[in-house]
Design a protein. Structure first.
Lengths: 306, 190
């Protein structure tokens, strides 16, 4: 196929000027885009209001999609269950027996915990969830990992609040519009979460790798005590995430840490819950001191351990 | 309820042109003829509001692929500066830092202009090769820009996405070619 001849305007001055103006606007657009890009890298929140308005417009489409997702998953799960009903029944019976024993132990521990806390005079802050909503969209083509939530500032959602599903931590809110909010998922490299190993409280922090897995970094150097299958939950240090939300399961042990899979895949979460900031005064004080002292090294985010 | 037998079902026409019964004294609707490329690119920008909540970049950059396919199929339909508004719209939804779409889409239009001047004869393979280069550049650069914003070397994670994108591009061009036939349906009576 030969190229079309309509880019050769002949002697028409009007057509020649039209083509020239097109080039001028295209190059100006490129330069303007570069300027906007620098602004948004220096100040990531610069265009949050425009983005918020855009997601408000697309919200109905996203909600319809979220419902389709839930329905589609249940159909697939039902078909899958049919094929392995017998084996699953046996496995589940064994699991229930084990879980019943565990539940009794848990009840005893909970009672003991309550008594010990009363002895020490520790009062846990009230953790009433702010809103329950669906994830209605995600940046599935970009290397950054954001999701859009179907609740916003009218429901009380504010930037900084943690988001969890029934199975574990999803991320934290970074921008809130009136009816939608943007969530920075745990798998984004910008999201650093202080965690501890559930078994013995070994402190660490996790950082997204952007490919669906997360890197687990230990605070104490030396021999690597991680094992495959270790479960990490939020530790509550830093004051942002409430303690005890499962985050990651170790799948690969490296020489200075590990790589884990998410405890809660955002694709499987039907509804997610927005929680209040665990200790808002502490977070504010930390932010103020960081502003006063300039950019802090990364270690301060995971500091404090258990 | 008896299941309808196959001959009873109303069959879809084989060609989009058959959707319009009368063709004499009719012309394409100007709104559809010039607006469909813009609308189709913007709708694919909204593909992030799909049922898929991905925890890794796996979905190809469909909006950019449709944009490129329109540019290759009808070189003069989208103006040279179309990357500015369409890239800005894509930035609102893609999760990239605002401005990366504007820069990369405008640059793609300028590169395509140069390519059109160099390659006098185009073919399926040549188009696919040029598109592969542009798509690779687009994905690597947008991951680099995202990594700059997140202070993390992100281009390492786009391998699978890149392969899917390159393999899927001919299909996107087929879909755009179908849209191009819908675009010129004679809907307006003269």
């Amino acid at each position: 196929m030969a190229r079309s001849p309509d880019r050769r305007p002949g002697f028409s001055r009007r057509a020649q000027y039209g083509i020239f103006t097109g080039y001028v606007i295209a190059v100006a657009g490129f330069l303007a885009g570069a300027g906007l890009l620098i602004v948004s890298i220096v100040n990531p929140q610069a265009f949050s209001s425009v983005r918020g308005a855009a997601s408000e417009i697309a919200r109905p489409a996203g909600e319809a999609g979220a419902e389709t997702r839930a329905a589609g998953q249940s159909v697939i799960a039902a078909i899958g269950a049919y094929f392995q009903a017998g084996r699953q029944n046996a496995a589940l019976s064994r699991e229930v027996a084990a879980a019943r024993a565990n539940a009794l132990t848990m009840q005893a521990l909970e009672g003991e915990n309550r008594r010990l806390k009363a002895l020490l005079g520790i009062v846990d802050p009230q953790m009433k969830p702010i809103a329950a909503a669906r994830l209605i969209g995600s940046t599935s083509a970009s290397a950054r990992r954001f999701a859009v939530l179907s609740a916003g500032s009218t429901q009380g959602v504010r930037p900084g609040q943690p988001v969890r599903s029934a199975a574990g931590l999803i991320g934290r809110v970074i921008e809130a519009g009136p009816g939608t909010a943007r969530v920075l998922l745990v798998t984004d490299p910008e999201n650093v979460v202080p965690v501890r190993r559930v078994r013995d409280g070994l402190p660490a922090f996790v950082e997204g790798k952007s490919d669906g897995r997360i890197a687990i970094r230990l605070l104490n150097m030396g021999t690597n005590p991680l094992k495959r299958g270790d479960v990490f939950a939020t530790s509550g240090s830093g004051g942002l995430y409430p303690p005890g939300i499962p985050v990651a399961v170790v799948t690969e042990v490296l020489h200075d840490g590990g790589v884990g899979h998410l405890a809660s895949d955002p694709a499987e979460a039907d509804f997610v819950v927005v929680l209040p900031v665990f200790q808002a005064p502490a977070v504010e004080a930390l932010g103020a001191s960081q502003q006063a002292a300039g950019p802090a090294p990364e270690a301060s985010e995971g500091g404090g351990g258990n | 309820m008896p299941f309808p037998r196959l001959p009873d079902l109303p069959s879809l026409p084989r060609r989009p042109e058959d959707l319009v019964p009368q063709r004499i004294n009719r012309a394409p609707s100007p709104l559809l003829a010039s607006g469909l490329p813009w609308v189709s690119v913007m709708l694919t920008s909204l593909a992030v509001f799909s049922p898929v909540i991905a925890s890794a970049p796996v979905v190809p950059p469909l909006a950019f692929m449709v944009f490129l396919a329109w540019r290759m199929l009808r070189p003069s339909l989208l103006p040279l500066w179309a990357g500015l508004p369409l890239g800005a719209f894509d930035d609102l939804y893609s999760g990239q830092p605002f401005g990366s779409g504007i820069v990369l889409w405008s640059a793609a239009m300028l590169v395509m202009d140069t390519v059109d001047n160099r390659l006098l004869w185009r073919s399926f393979v040549a188009d696919w090769a040029v598109a592969s280069l542009l798509l690779t550049g687009y994905l690597v650069l947008s991951a680099g820009i995202a990594g700059l914003a997140a202070a993390y070397p992100l281009p390492l994670v786009i391998g699978p996405q890149l392969l899917v994108t390159l393999a899927l591009y001919p299909l996107v061009t087929r879909a755009v070619a179908l849209l191009d036939r819908v675009r010129l349906l004679p809907l307006r009576s003269v």
